[in-house]
Design a binder for this molecule. Structure first.
Ligand code: SF4
Length: 452
């Protein structure tokens, strides 16, 4: 019997919820006269799911009938779950109807592999053609490139979509071979390379011919699953850095592995998704993209894991106390960026304001500097660095200022999102949650103070 579109939507929206590779549009195309939609900010409409992920409101798969059998995926061939496939017309109509009702601003279109990569991509292209050419939909579209699809089809996809993404899925070739035997590393990296080259060529064309067709103007992104395989944070960050450099990615998204199947190659079904680790990786990724850090400055072979208790920037500062204090009135911009408590915006404000005169603590506070942290790492007009006592008392004070209080949260929501593993263990053993949080925090302060 024919499935109703609504039934398909329920199944396919549910199947798409594990994909996190979408975020704000990054596209700035003007509204089209007589067309529908606009890519101007706020662009694609987003929401946050209960577990903190940022998702587009219309985020569905074209189909969840997959020919592949990736062990970590709920849609894999061997899993027993309701299956559905949209026709291109159904999905295009659904998008337009939702858009007209103001439910969504754009579309995140992905699909399981229906038959073959090329067949699936052709069906996705049919949806995009209907939207762009028949409905003249000018809103944001993020399309997933299917690994193994032919270069000609990927090229066409980039002509319709604002952003493309190819999921790298797992941090190493060995893990990919083990868990996703149908996908080869080259079937993922080849389209990434093609998209990077086509986007670069397109940027050049647009400088020469103003009306040249645009190719994926919001660039490409990828997603990596964290915690399903044994790769360290260091390996993941090295790979992330390489992807940004080699393929000019806009974003690498990290997805904490959520166990969906009993499989001896994967963590046990009752394993909690490593959400705090995912959060720390995003913070480290931020350092790579905006703070001029290299992956091997954040971690190395000797200490390959990000601390659950310190954000990566504070972790780096603690290991490099010899580089501090810095004089905010003289230090180069790059050094300002390395001070805990000084972000990109405040570093830019400092750089501009100090041309007019020397800055003191009051000015820094007004510029958004978090003095609670920064005071131990800076000197400025009228301030020669925080003293905070001597010896171990001073070290404890610094440790308290740097340690991330979010990692010890006692509330239920914080437990699932941010609590460090030790808090979870104590809580599981019967210690009240708040007490567990306080105990672990004190232990972390002691350890960090000793290391300072
Ligand atoms: S190709 Fe792999 S990851 Fe993608 S939907 Fe199919 S089983 Fe899931």
């Amino acid at each position: 019997m024919e499935q109703l579109v609504m039934e398909k939507l329920v199944i396919l929206a549910d199947s798409a919820k594990y994909d996190v590779a979408c975020t704000s549009s990054g596209s700035n195309r003007d509204p089209l006269a007589g067309g529908l939609g606009s890519c101007l900010a706020p662009g694609c409409c987003h929401t946050f799911t209960a577990d903190g992920r940022c998702v587009s409101l219309l985020k569905v798969l074209m189909s969840n009938c997959c020919a592949f059998d990736c062990a970590y995926c709920v849609n894999r061939r061997s899993n027993d779950l309701p299956r559905a496939t949209f026709t291109p017309r159904e999905l295009a109509d659904l998008t337009i109807e939702f858009y007209r009702r103001n439910y969504i601003e754009g579309l995140f279109l992905s699909s399981a592999v229906v038959g073959s990569a090329d067949y699936t991509t052709e069906r996705m292209l049919a949806v995009l053609r209907l939207l762009r050419e028949e409905y003249r939909f000018n809103g944001y579209i993020h399309a997933k490139a299917i690994p193994g699809a032919s270069p000609a089809l990927i090229e066409q996809l980039g002509c319709f979509a604002d952003r493309l993404s190819v999921n790298i899925e797992l941090p190493s070739e060995g893990s990919l071979r083990l868990l996703a035997p149908d996908k080869g590393r080259s079937s993922i990296l080849r389209p990434m390379g093609q998209i990077a080259a086509a986007a670069a060529a397109n940027r050049h064309d647009l400088t020469v011919y103003r009306h040249a067709p645009v190719f994926a103007p919001a660039g490409q992104s990828t997603q990596m699953i964290v915690g399903a395989t044994p790769e360290s944070d260091y390996q993941i960050l090295r790979l992330t850095e390489g992807l940004y450099r080699k393929y000019s990615l806009k974003r690498v998204f990290f997805s904490a592995y959520i166990p969906v199947a009993e499989d001896r190659r994967l963590p046990a079904l009752d394993t909690k998704p490593p959400l705090l680790r995912e959060h720390r990786l995003y913070q480290a990724d931020w350092l790579l993209r905006f703070y001029h850090f290299r992956a091997d400055e954040i971690l190395d072979e000797g200490s390959p894991a990000l601390s659950p208790y310190l954000d990566p920037k504070c972790g780096w500062a603690v290991r490099h106390l010899e580089r501090f204090p810095v004089d905010v009135n003289r230090a180069p911009y790059e050094e300002l960026l390395r001070v805990p408590g000084i972000g990109v915006k405040s570093a830019q404000r400092i750089r501009a304001a100090r041309r007019q005169g020397a800055l003191g603590l009051d000015e820094l506070k007004r510029m958004g500097v978090v003095l609670k942290r920064a005071q131990y790492f800076i000197v400025c007009r009228g301030f020669a660095g925080a003293s905070g006592g001597r010896g171990s008392a001073r070290r404890q004070q610094i440790a308290r200022a740097l340690i991330d209080p979010g990692a010890f949260g006692g509330g239920c929501e914080q437990l699932s999102l941010f609590s460090a593993p030790a808090v979870q263990q104590l809580a599981a053993g019967g210690t009240p949650l708040r007490l567990a949080g306080r105990m672990v925090q004190e232990e972390a302060v002691r350890c960090l103070a000793q290391a300072l």
